[in-house]
Write a protein of this length. Structure first.
Length: 137
């Protein structure tokens, strides 16, 4: 099986994309990239707390600016609330997830967003790995 690379992309790379990347890193055989078109100075503290509750430590993570290399490396680009702020690269598979932005939300609200992201990440990776196993060599 070839290694899959998933790029999680949002505007500030301080919440949704960081949570998605944290969950995706748990899966074997998946390389994870996370970036934003206009990265924030730091991660949302409620996001860090919510992920810590799931055993995922984001304390050392920092918002990253999207680079052409990241986008070209990715097999799949998952956009979360980017709208026109995130560029599109030809030949890539794109998934657009409409998710609430955790910015300015309480920990209780962020938990709901986190749980939805976890569900979507698990479903996406299962789908990608299943499709890869079915492809003829």
């Amino acid at each position: 099986m070839t290694e899959l690379t998933i790029l999680f992309l949002c505007v500030h790379n301080a919440g949704r994309s960081q949570m998605a990347a944290g969950f995706a890193r748990r899966h074997h055989g998946v390389t994870v990239l996370s970036a934003g078109s206009e990265p924030a100075a730091s991660l949302n503290p409620a996001v860090v707390d919510a992920m810590r509750e799931r055993g995922i430590d984001l304390v050392g993570e920092r918002p990253q600016r999207l680079t052409d290399e990241m986008a070209r490396t990715a097999d799949v680009v998952v956009m979360m609330g980017c709208g026109d702020a995130c560029p599109v690269y030809l030949g890539k598979r794109y998934v657009d997830w409409e998710l609430e932005d955790p910015a300015g939300r309480s920990l209780e609200e962020v938990r709901k967003i986190r749980d939805e992201i976890e569900r979507r990440v698990d479903a996406l990776i299962d789908e990608l790995q299943s499709a890869e196993r079915k492809e003829p060599r």
